[in-house]
Design a protein around this ligand. Structure first.
Ligand code: NAD
Ligand code: MN
Length: 493
């Protein structure tokens, strides 16, 4: 592009002069209760702790329901229920029989997908088009996929007599509440384990709706127990009599859990944070790359552990890519998550908003240059504008720390070696993206990236058959695929 063309492109790509009419998804399909109990032994029960907390809609700050807070006694009862379900029923069922229940859950998720998607969006703030087209279909696909493995474990691990571990304690975050529940529960159940699942404190509602589905599927009582609460409840679950802990969340809490389980017989998998490099070479198809960069960082408001939060651009295409990115940013629709045209929804919580604001302020203080499109944000609720930072150096906090919000830090490079060095210069290692026309370069890069997943000319692609997990401080253990069975099995050597 010449300078004149570039100037024209930037001035000619303002917001479109027309706008979308509101297209809100109706919430009628969701029937909320005023108050929810804990799901233990196949029943909703009152918490022995006597404590409750309010869950809200982060887009409006309106309360949605009262949620039980499980105390240590409640956690112990849930683990006991899971233990007797395991010892008395679940571990002795044939794989085909276990699969039957998983298929039932999968079909119910499809059947009730709209209800789940609307509720997910109300409680978590993510755009309805994402909960509808990504979270729910993938959650159902995960149950279908692992249902398929339940009676084929002997083939997956020939000669190694695969057997269950026992009771799994599973702690999940708020960014993909249903999907993370599926990632945890489906492989655990397929392999003959029972589970106690703790959803995140800001997003308990779809897990509690899943409890209804579990009842309808007539799962043996206690096979899945769902206990709500915050960090203390999670810590109590880690300390309880479970045989395995599976955690997805922050690296800080992951470290704490690792210390708490050290020296015990408990098996552990951790899926923690990330600071992924999305790397654009000068031969990349730039228009496609722009879409991948946008999806990489603004999907789910950037509340994504594998988000492409560091953009590495090869110098010759830096200016052209920046122009295209800024123009594309202008067209993102930020606002009501229930509107079918919304691209960027609400930040999940006030606490997370504060964290994003703090890190963005540090970027400005440390001398990076900020770019935000003009957009009108709703008055109530938690919002943050899509944000680009240029002039970012590798020592800046915004280049090193996980922001977990719609904020992209942009860094340039000259040679492939420099791209590798910069991409790997992070304590994390969950994912990476490579944009180039050359297949050989994709393979060359993929070999050198210290990341669990490397996407080529795409980003944020998920499939239940494909394993996912980290290097370094992004954690250990794999979820998804055949690899995702292993953390839930005892195998003879
Ligand atoms: P968090 O790690 O505190 O919460 C995740 C889950 O762990 C929740 O269910 C929480 O209740 C539980 N938990 C909290 N403290 C615990 C403890 N001591 N023992 C056991 N369980 C505990 O995450 P957060 O505070 O909600 O988010 C903070 C940051 O974590 C984010 O900004 C982001 O960087 C990162 N994060 C990463 C992911 C991911 O998918 N990898 C998800 C959520 C948050
Ligand atoms: Mn926390």
């Amino acid at each position: 592009m010449t300078d004149i063309e570039r100037a024209a492109a930037t001035t000619l790509t303002p917001r479109p002069s027309w706008d979308y009419a509101p297209a809100p998804e109706s919430t009628d399909i969701v029937r909320l209760q005023d108050s929810y109990g804990l799901f233990v032994g196949g029943e909703f029960v009152e918490p022995k702790s006597g404590k409750r907390f309010t869950t809200i809609n982060p887009a409006t700050e309106e309360p949605l329901a009262e949620i039980a807070e499980a105390g240590p006694e409640d956690v112990a009862l849930a683990v006991e229920a899971a233990r007797s379900a395991h010892d008395q029923v679940w571990r002795d069922l044939s794989g085909a029989e276990r699969a039957k229940y998983l298929y039932r859950i999968a079909r119910q998720l499809q059947e009730r997908a709209r209800e789940f998607a609307v509720l997910e969006t109300m409680n978590g703030g993510k755009p309805i088009k994402e909960s509808r087209d990504v979270d729910l279909p993938l959650a159902a696909a995960h149950f279908f996929y692992y249902a398929g493995w339940a009676d084929k474990l002997e083939y997956a691990f020939p000669g190694r007599s695969p057997g269950p571990i026992g009771v799994a304690g599973q702690i999940i975050p708020w960014n993909f509440p249903m999907l993370m529940a599926a990632w945890k529960l489906a492989p655990a159940l397929a392999t003959g384990n029972t589970a106690v699942l703790k959803p995140a404190e800001t997003t308990p509602l779809t897990a509690l709706l899943l409890a209804e589905v579990i009842q309808e599927a007539e799962l043996p009582p206690g096979t899945i127990n769902i206990i709500t609460g915050a960090g203390e409840t999670g810590a109590a679950l880690v300390e309880s009599g479970v045989d395995k802990v599976a955690f997805t969340g922050s690296t800080d809490v992951g470290k704490r859990i690792r210390r708490a389980t050290a020296g015990t017989a408990k098996r552990l998998t951790l899926e923690l944070g990330g600071k992924a490099a999305n790397i654009v070479f000068d031969d990349a198809p730039l228009d496609q790359a722009v879409e991948g960069v946008i999806n990489g960082i603004f999907f789910n408001q950037g509340h994504v552990c594998c988000a492409g939060s560091r953009l590495l651009v090869q110098e010759p295409v830096f200016e052209e890519l920046m122009d295209k990115l800024k123009a594309r940013l202008q067209t993102l629709r930020v606002g009501d998550p229930l509107d079918k045209n919304t691209d960027v929804g609400a930040i999940n919580s006030r606490q997370q908003l504060r964290k994003i604001e703090e890190l963005v302020a540090s970027g400005i203080d440390e001398g990076a240059e900020i770019y935000q499109p003009e957009c009108v944000l709703p008055e109530r609720g938690f919002w943050f504008r899509p944000t680009l930072f240029t002039g970012v150096s590798q020592s800046h906090r915004i280049a090193r720390e996980e922001i977990f919000g719609p904020v992209l830090s942009i860094i340039t490079f000259r040679t492939p070696d420099e791209a590798v060095e910069k991409a790997n210069n992070t304590p994390y290692g969950l994912s990476a993206g490579v944009w180039t026309e050359k297949g050989s370069r994709i393979l060359w890069m993929a070999e050198r990236m210290r990341a669990g997943v490397v996407w080529a000319n795409t980003f944020n692609r998920f499939d239940p058959a494909s394993p996912f997990g980290g290097y370094k401080e992004s954690g250990f253990g794999r979820e998804g695929g055949m690899h995702g069975l292993e953390p839930y099995l005892q195998l003879s050597p």
